[in-house]
Design a protein around this ligand. Structure first.
Ligand code: COA
Length: 416
């Protein structure tokens, strides 16, 4: 049994943030109908194309398990179809630029008149305030949410990360908001608005950096490696390179083959309870009893030397060997995995996190399956829809239009 079976989602989303959210709901069994502009559809269908005339991986990897209908919302007949769909839906999800959905005539007040029980879920770049009218993409959210100022090395510029915390991160937040609103509706009988701004989503994920900003008022942050190096702090959270962030110092260390392999590295944490084991494994037994090394506090001003010494050892081993030696000893470490290694990782394939999907035009490709595992609602990944693939099915089976009405809609400009 799929957890969200019977929940009807009208998916008026595009690009990444909104589609991530509705894809998750579809994986849990919701019936997701994606509305796309006739002609090109979601702009990502044709962005970053690797094969001519074929839906891009950008699109296919964000729109699994959905149906697609084309609807021109600026056409009268298109509006009628949309309104009939709104009447049949539990949730309406959109991530248009600020003001767009209102200009279309489907803001909160209007949509509620059509279906008082509906949940309207929106992603915008910013919440109410000076930037509320701005259009926002991933990296803007990472910058405006505080992530970029805390990422990178101390002597370098702010850096954005590869993880799509602004887009996919906000989609995740929105999905939780939608499911929560559906749960409340069970008791209240009423719909509500669910708003998530990309800035808020990133700020939420940067919580520990805001923690550190406040800790600075009480003195320097001694778990940051700049402390041990004697570099003064300013009045805000600095960029901390590969510092571990928690109370246990960590760093990325070179492994065997690093000269030619950009990913021959391991993340190594000098967790205090296993300090003696670390010393033994790297052949530095004398550090176990040495007062200058034996306590976490004593080690703070020597972290660079300590990690350089550990690196002399890791450089003699592959990243996988480092992990297989350290893991049984309880020393926390992990390999730096490339996307090629992720794509071919057997355990990720076994759990359905990496899946192979067959597409009628593209053929087989690799994608990321549902990362949230429910024991009683297994997410099976099915391919993304072709543009307008479900036009007939939606008009006939969901809206129960007769042949005459279907023909009228198709002859109008609604789906062209
Ligand atoms: N039928 C008719 N018109 C349609 C349509 C349809 N099915 N679908 C879209 N349109 C129209 C809209 O009405 C709008 O027209 P208008 O400006 O005349 O009102 C137009 O298409 C463009 O939509 P918009 O969302 O404004 O796209 P954009 O390309 O200008 O901006 C973003 C793209 C992503 C920057 C913007 O949508 C945004 O900021 N979204 C919120 C934040 C977000 O999710 N960003 C991350 C994306 S991963």
């Amino acid at each position: 049994m799929e957890a969200l079976k019977g929940v009807n989602i009208l998916d008026f989303t595009h690009v990444q943030s909104g589609p991530t959210c509705t894809q998750l709901l579809a994986w849990f069994g919701a019936n997701v109908i994606k509305i796309e502009r006739p002609g090109g559809g979601d702009i990502t269908r044709s962005q970053l194309r690797d094969i001519e005339e074929v839906d891009s991986l950008y699109f296919t990897m964000l729109n699994h398990n959905k149906k697609s209908i084309t609807l021109n919302i600026k056409d009268k007949s298109g509006k009628e179809v949309l309104e009939d769909l709104i009447k049949k839906s539990d949730v309406f999800v959109e991530n248009f630029a600020p003001g767009t959905i209102e200009r279309m005539g489907y803001g909160w007040d209007e949509i509620q008149k059509i279906n008082p029980k509906i949940i309207l879920a929106s992603v915008k770049g910013f919440g109410p305030g000076p930037y509320e009218d701005c259009k926002v993409y991933e990296n803007i959210a990472q910058c405006a949410g505080g992530a970029a100022s805390t990422t990178g090395f101390l002597d370098g510029p702010p850096l954005v990360t590869g993880a799509q915390i602004g887009d996919s991160g906000t989609g995740l937040h929105l999905a939780l908001g939608i499911v929560t609103a559906l749960f409340q509706r069970e008791k209240s009988g009423k719909g509500q608005r669910v708003d998530v701004s990309m800035q808020d989503g990133v700020v939420n994920l940067c919580r520990v950096k805001l923690r550190d900003y406040q800790r600075l008022k009480s003195g320097p942050l001694n778990e940051y490696s700049q402390y041990g190096k004697g570099i003064p702090f300013t009045d805000t959270t600095p960029r901390s390179g590969n510092d571990s962030g928690g109370g246990q110092p960590g760093w990325i260390l070179k492994c065997k083959g690093w000269e030619n392999d950009p990913d021959a590295y391991v993340y190594f944490i000098t967790q205090a309870p296993v300090w003696d084991k670390i010393c033994r494994v790297i052949g530095k037994e004398e550090w176990i009893e040495d007062q200058g090394y034996s306590s976490p506090k004593a080690r703070l001003d020597k972290l660079e030397l300590i990690f350089n010494t550990i690196e002399e050892w890791t450089k003699t081993k592959s990243k996988y060997d480092v992990v297989s030696i350290c893991d049984p000893l309880g020393i926390p470490c992990g390999p730096i995995l490339s996307m090629k290694e992720i794509a071919n990782d057997q355990s990720l394939k076994d759990t359905g996190t990496i899946v192979e999907v067959d597409h009628p035009v593209r053929g087989k490709y690799i994608s990321v399956g549902c990362p949230i595992k429910l024991s009683d609602s297994k997410a099976e990944v099915s391919r993304s829809p072709l543009l307008g693939e479900h036009n007939d099915e939606v008009l006939r089976d969901i809206l129960n239009y007769d042949e005459d009405k279907i023909n009228k809609v198709k002859q109008s400009d609604a789906m062209k």
